[in-house]
Design a protein around this ligand. Sequence first.
Ligand SMILES: *[C@@H]1O[C@H](CO)[C@@H](O)[C@H](O)[C@H]1NC(C)=O
Length: 364
Amino acid sequence: MDLFPSSHFNALLWSTTLLFSLCSPCLIANSDDSTTQTTPCSESDAYHNLNVVLNPNGTLTRLSPPSPVSPPSPDPNLHISVLSNDFPINPSKHTWLRIFVPRNAILSKKKLPLVIFFHGGGFIFLSAASTMFHDFCFNMADDLGAVVVSVEYRLAPEHRLPAAYDDAMEALDWIKTRPADGGWLSLYADYSECYLMGSSAGGNIAYYAGLRAAGQVENHEPLRIRGLILVQPFFGGIKRTRSELRLMSNKRLPLCVADLLWKLSLPEGGDRDHEYCNPMAGEGPERVERIGRRGWRVLVTGTGGDPLVDRQKEVMKMMEERKVKVGGHFTEGGYHGIQDSDLQKAKELYAVVKKFISSCTATG
Ligand SMILES: *[C@@H]1O[C@H](CO)[C@@H](O)[C@H](O)[C@H]1NC(C)=O
């Protein structure tokens, strides 16, 4: 997740530097015990970092210039390897989706696996039209040889959770019935090979949509989900993990920023042990068993420089204990959202996803 529009990057670096200088006294005060729960930056630092103001009426003023967006490219005469097109889902909610189809599929009329993708942005920023996600999905469709559907969902705090999770289910319904897709899905997507995927907050959307879908598979036929692909999912919880403590002041996702994103996106009054945030909370672990019973596989990817990495591993372990076929791919270093700004890392991720998809296919 790159929360911060690139045009604002210098200002961000500046504000992060400021953040560190503000924070150093509290870090030093606790330096006798590195595992002590410190509060290196405050909520107001986090507002400053994200460059947003919460209005009394519950809306958010986003002060940074909007992140660049890309239009779809549906014209078959264009010399590009992947065509894309937008379709409305629910105009009253301003939800829609962008379908990416590799040209090869159009030429050969061969049906390809279907990857339903949810973008990141801490639930409060960005869009399926954001250039970074357009490019990510374009390249992924090309590399995997898959039809990719990127879903535009409602953002918090104007629409708090479960709005985004509900929109994901509505997208699944749309895809199932494809009311007016101009053949983009019916001709090229293999509905028996469907994957739910997301990065960062989008990883949570894929996870929670997966949990719901696993409880009512009949409703989604002929769509057959084979697996979930969770790229650096943005899971949280009240109790800090070791990596959250170790990396609480990292530049990409300081802990106070993660906390604020949850505060802005969870239902009013909800805390980070809400079931929408923490998969360990409440009946979460029990519900995960449905995914195991369906025989779906789960891939979790992460990187050592992401403060969320330990919780991602914990959730993986919980899924394993609940008899879900789950595999992890964790690299050293890096940072939260690295695949959105580092093309090489995105390429490496596609290779991992490709292998995962073939493993799901191989086992029927
Ligand atoms: C909420 O408040 C903001 C800032 O005062 C204002 O710009 C916006 O129009 C208001 N929105 C609604 C829905 O009332």
